[in-house]
Design a protein around this ligand. Structure first.
Ligand code: PRT
Ligand code: ZN
Length: 289
C-alpha cells in the first residue's frame, strides 16, 4: 500500500473532448483505474493516485484550492479562469485555437473594424486582453454557449470561440478573421505540493515522457549486403548505435535501429538506394533514454 501522503489526486474531465485522450494517456502509462461507471472519484489499483472526474471549467479552481493536486485541462480554460497553478507539462492533444469570426459577407479589413462594435464569446478575459493589446474598444458580450449564432440573431457583430476544423463556423455562415490564442491540453499542478506528492508527480511525468517520446520514434529492421552496412548505419544511427546481426545467407546482415518517424520518411529512399531490403518499421510502446 502506498503511503497516503504520497497519493496524487488527479482531476480529469468527466466526459468531453479531453476525456478520451486523458484516459488513454494514463492507460499507456500503465496506470489502471476504473472510469465511465458514473463514478466521480476512483483510485488506481497499481499507482499512488486518486482520480476526480469533473467539468473541465472546475479543474483549475480545484487545483488552485488543493482539492486536486494536479489536473488536465485545455490551456484556454486555464487562462480564462485565471486560477493560480503551475503549468507543468504540455500534453500535445486537444489542440485548438480561439478565434474571432464574422459573417462571411463582411469585407473585413482588420481588428480596428471592431471599434465600437460588439463580440459574443465565452472567453471574455482572453478576448479582453487581446482587444486591449490592440487598442480596440469593443463591447464583449459574454454568453456561455452557442456563440456562433450571435451575429445571425443580431446579438453581436462578431464572435470569439474555439475553432478546430472550422466546420462549425462554416455551417453558421461565419469566417475566421483573427486567431487570438492557440491551445492544447496541459497538466497543471497545485503550487504548494508536498515533497511526497512531488515524488509521485515525478514518477508520473517520467512515464508520460517515455510514452510520448516513443510515439515519435519507430523501431526499424532491415537487411543489407555487408559491403553497404556502413553507408546505411550512417543514415540510421539509433540511440547509441545500431545492432548488426549476421543473416544465415553469407555476406548479408540485419540492422536494427531506432529512428524518429519524420527522419524515417525523409531517409527511406536513400536507405533503399543504398541497398537495404526487407525493411520493417515497428511502433515502440515506451522509450527511455
Ligand atoms: O462538460 P464540460 O464543461 O466538461 O466540457 P465542455 O463542453 O465545456 O468542453 P469540451 O469537452 O467541448 O472541450 C474541452 C476542451 O477541448 C476545450 O476547452 C478545448 O481546450 C478543447 N477543444 C479542442 C475544443 C475543441 N477542440 C472544439 N472544437 N473545445 C471545443 N470545441 C468546440 C467549439 O466550441 C465549437 O463549438 O467545437 C466547435 C468547433 O469545432 P470545429 O471542428 O467545427 O471547428
Ligand atoms: Zn466546460
Amino acid at each position: 500500500m502506498p503511503n497516503s501522503d504520497s497519493i496524487l489526486r488527479i482531476a480529469l474531465q468527466k466526459s468531453g473532448r479531453l476525456s478520451e485522450d486523458s484516459f488513454r494517456l494514463f492507460k499507456e502509462c500503465g496506470i489502471k483505474f476504473e472510469s465511465g461507471t458514473g463514478k466521480l472519484k476512483t483510485s488506481s489499483s497499481n499507482f499512488p493516485a486518486e482520480f476526480l472526474f469533473l467539468r473541465d471549467d472546475d479543474i483549475p479552481g480545484y487545483v488552485e484550492d488543493g482539492v486536486a493536486d494536479i489536473g488536465i485541462v485545455g490551456e484556454n480554460v486555464f487562462i480564462e479562469t485565471n486560477r493560480k497553478a503551475e503549468t507543468t507539462y504540455r500534453l500535445g492533444f486537444s489542440k485548438c485555437r480561439l478565434s474571432i469570426a464574422v459573417p462571411r459577407g463582411i469585407d473585413y479589413q482588420g481588428i480596428d473594424d471592431f471599434q465600437g462594435k460588439s463580440i459574443a464569446t465565452s472567453y471574455p478575459r482572453i478576448l479582453g486582453n487581446f482587444l486591449k493589446e490592440k487598442g480596440v474598444k469593443a463591447d464583449i458580450h459574454e454568453i456561455s454557449g452557442s456563440v456562433e449564432i450571435a451575429p445571425s440573431i443580431g446579438l453581436a457583430e462578431g464572435v470569439c470561440d474555439i475553432v478546430s476544423s472550422g466546420s462549425t463556423l462554416l455551417s453558421n455562415g461565419l469566417k475566421e478573421v483573427e486567431v487570438i490564442f492557440r491551445s492544447e491540453a496541459i497538466l497543471i499542478t497545485n503550487k504548494k505540493l508536498s515533497k511526497a506528492k512531488h515524488d509521485t508527480l515525478n514518477k508520473l511525468l517520467f512515464r508520460i515522457k517515455a510514452v510520448q517520446t516513443a510515439q515519435n520514434y519507430k523501431y526499424i529492421l532491415l537487411n543489407a549486403p555487408n559491403d553497404k552496412l556502413q553507408d546505411i548505419i550512417n543514415m540510421i544511427p539509433g540511440m547509441k548505435s545500431p545492432t548488426i546481426v549476421p543473416l544465415a545467407m553469407e555476406g548479408w546482415s540485419s540492422i536494427h535501429s531506432v529512428l524518429e518517424e519524420n527522419q524515417f520518411w525523409e531517409n527511406i529512399e536513400a536507405i533503399r538506394s543504398a541497398g537495404a531490403e526487407g525493411i520493417l518499421v515497428i511502433p515502440i510502446e515506451k522509450m527511455i533514454y
